[in-house]
Write a protein that binds this ligand. Structure first.
Ligand code: PLP
Length: 415
């Protein structure tokens, strides 16, 4: 990188121990990696051309766009970069996948059911509620008390619906508990869906940077990604569209012929360049087994120490495969919201359920689907780590939790 000239903006590297405190809310969003900040800043300044333009400025932006597509395809383990459609993030990707299925179901004589699970993100459940209200058949399969999808029941229902099935849409990993579908489960669901001509969409938003991805081998048709969940910028994501289903794809945004006529609108080139840089760094991280183990060890230490110091605390989503960075903990007796606020005022950033529901007082639909009572769900907090989390931060966090619980117990019941 060239030396910074006088008057040029300074980009400070992320300081995980900054004065705002300790950040353990990485499933909500992640700090942008300074190398991503640099890539975005450079693209903002230099690659301002419209990638659809034929002159050199356009050509340069187009080159950056296509190189970025290759990086994202590599992160996902896609067969070809042509399988990547850039979008404005996870929510748009999901809506595009659902829109494709809506077009599919129009072509099915007998309706076309959508199958999903009870613990999906609101970006899936809310649009499907709207479909249901409009009379479209949408079915939801439940989870057990550890948050695991009842895969046998789902496969059974796929078989019963047969040609009436239009789409199966499931998340790879839950944002609140970290509970994962295994590769084997994904493959089985994909092939059962395909046996009846249905599409399979995977909401993969929580997985990049946490696990190695081999999307091509899994047989998934559509998969949604979002850059801000793995140290990239917000407002940029991608939809993976398997080449073999390209003919069935329906654009959500129509207008210009950008993204191979699959997503109209001038692409956010700087954001996409940042997404690609974040994808490269995420891939490096997940391919380093020791680096991944370090995150799991820190998460395990956080859980073990909190369970030891605050007896009666319960871990949600365990046993069974979970993301290495996520701890969903139900605390005994204390008011969850007060605990969250006490921790926040002490500089510890965690969350209660999904970030988007932290403004509402409604308990998490994920925890309720797992059979927790309203009171238990309200006493549950999510701690989510990233590759930037340090062991010093975990120690401080554990002490902060112990102190906050003690403080609230001393105050006694509030209501
Ligand atoms: N799906 C899951 C599992 C998520 O965790 C999120 C974000 O929290 C989304 C979808 C939505 O992604 P975005 O914020 O990029 O719209």
């Amino acid at each position: 990188m060239r030396a910074r000239g006088a008057g040029e903006p300074r980009i400070d590297p992320v300081d995980p121990l900054d004065e705002r405190g300790i950040y353990l809310d990485n499933n909500a969003t992640t700090p942008v990696d300074p190398r991503v900040v640099e890539a975005v800043a450079e693209a903002l300044a230099r690659d301002f051309g419209n990638p659809s333009s034929l002159h050199r400025f356009g050509e340069q932006a187009r080159e950056r766009l296509e190189a970025s597509r290759v990086s994202v395809a590599r992160l996902l383990g896609a067969r070809s970069s042509s399988e990547i459609v850039f979008t404005s993030g996870g929510t748009e990707s999901i809506h595009t996948a659902l829109h494709t299925a809506l077009a599919e179901r129009d072509s099915k004589r007998d309706g076309g059911t959508v199958l999903t699970s009870a613990t999906e993100h609101a970006a899936v459940l809310r649009p499907l509620e709207n479909w249901r209200a409009r009379g479209f058949p949408v079915e939801t399969v439940g989870v057990d008390s550890s948050g695991r999808l009842d895969v046998a029941r789902l496969l059974g229902r796929i078989g019963e619906l047969g040609s009436r099935l239009a789409l199966v849409t499931l998340h790879w990993a839950n944002n609140e508990t970290g509970v994962l579908l295994s590769d084997d489960e994904i493959e089985r669901i994909a092939s059962a869906s395909h046996a009846h001509g249905a599409l399979f969409h995977l909401d993969a938003v929580q997985v990049p940077g946490k696990l190695p991805l081999r999307i091509d081998r899994l047989g998934v048709d559509l998969a949604s990604l979002s850059a801000h969940k793995f140290h990239g910028p917000k407002g940029v994501g991608a939809l993976y569209v398997r080449d073999s289903v390209a003919g069935r794809f329906r654009a959500l945004f129509t207008g210009g012929a950008q993204e191979g006529d699959r997503r109209a609108g001038t692409p956010n080139v700087p954001g996409i360049v940042g997404f690609a840089r974040a994808a490269e760094l995420a891939r490096e991280h997940v391919e380093d087994r020791h680096a991944r183990e370090r995150v799991r060890t820190l998460r395990d230490r956080l859980e073990r120490e909190i369970l030891r110091r605050v007896p009666g605390t319960e871990v949600q989503g365990s046993p069974g495969p979970r993301l290495d960075n996520t701890a969903s903990l139900t605390f005994p007796e204390v008011d969850g919201e007060l605990l969250l606020m006490t921790l926040a005022s002490d500089g510890l950033a965690v969350s209660s359920g999904a970030a988007c529901s932290s403004e509402k007082r409604a308990p998490s639909h994920v925890l309720l689907a797992m059979g927790l009572s309203h009171a238990e769900a309200e006493r549950t907090l999510r701690f989510s780590l990233s590759r930037l989390t340090t062991s010093e931060e975990i120690e401080i966090a554990v002490e902060g939790v112990e102190r906050a619980v003690e403080e609230l117990r001393t105050l006694g019941p509030m209501r």
